[in-house]
Design a protein around this ligand. Sequence first.
Ligand code: ADP
Length: 308
Amino acid sequence: MSRFLGVDLGSTTAKAVVVDETGAIAGTSTVQMGAVSRTGMTRAVTEALAAAGLEEADLAGTVSTGYGRKLVPGADRTFTEITCHARGTAAMCPGVRLVIDIGGQDSKAIAVDAEGLVEDFAMNDRCAGGTGRFYDVLARALEVDLGELGELALRGGQDLEVSTMCATFAETEVVSLLAQGLPTADIAASVHRAVAGRTLALVAQVGRRAPVVMTGGVARNPAAVRFLADALRCEVTVPEQPQITGAYGAALLAMEAAGRGPRVPAEPADAPLRPVPHGDAGHSCADCDGTVVRLGAAIPVRGRLSRR
Ligand code: ADP
């Protein structure tokens, strides 16, 4: 039986997924990196192949995606994260119509059609506010492990005013709230609530729809999911392994390119994102210049992928 590899080289983690020719997962790996690195990517591939009991020569096709997708040697094709996250999530959670992916340095809202194809998307990749990095900063300021941050936030009650969504200033604001003697759980909850509000602004650009699935590393944070569900006022589902949906989608695209599995039409390989002006809400945080972004600010990039 043929096997296919998907690699998602993200900004903070490298993910690799091996599937068989039915699309079933045979091996996965997620490797934490300091920054995008070939070493991290190689380790993820080696570990996923080992988990599947394979060697590189056994692979019948490879597709790469993610921020560092061009750095993956041996990839037959590259696709954008938008295409791969939509494909992987639609396969893991059939019937999904809205994918919210929050990774280390970006956040995306992807509207998908009944076939799991991208209809529209909005993406914030210019400002760390509302991304995994923002939560990393919060955890550090509150002196808790990232894995404990969500549980802490879920214990919070009081809604405190959080004025900044800029990662550069968030730490200062959290320290100031701590200095006022406010409970850490309330601070954590309030920041999560604020981030959910920002994600709502991203969702508004593609239109709310359900069922909603949350993916990316931040979907491992139960409070991020809960507060997003509260903000959207609907159920938010998280796949069993939310961080690997992009790599899984890439592996499925490699499988389909070889004519295996159920054939689903794909968006063009590595279609360019089409930026549109975003001056409608006075947003001024492009390229993270340190300007404070107020909640509800516009999101920098929005686009549409055409179908093949
Ligand atoms: P990328 O693809 O950009 O590297 P990921 O989708 O891997 O990003 O997400 C990375 C982010 O996920 C980190 O910045 C971190 O905030 C969050 N994260 C990772 N693991 C956990 C965890 N166990 N609990 C909560 N958040 C997590």
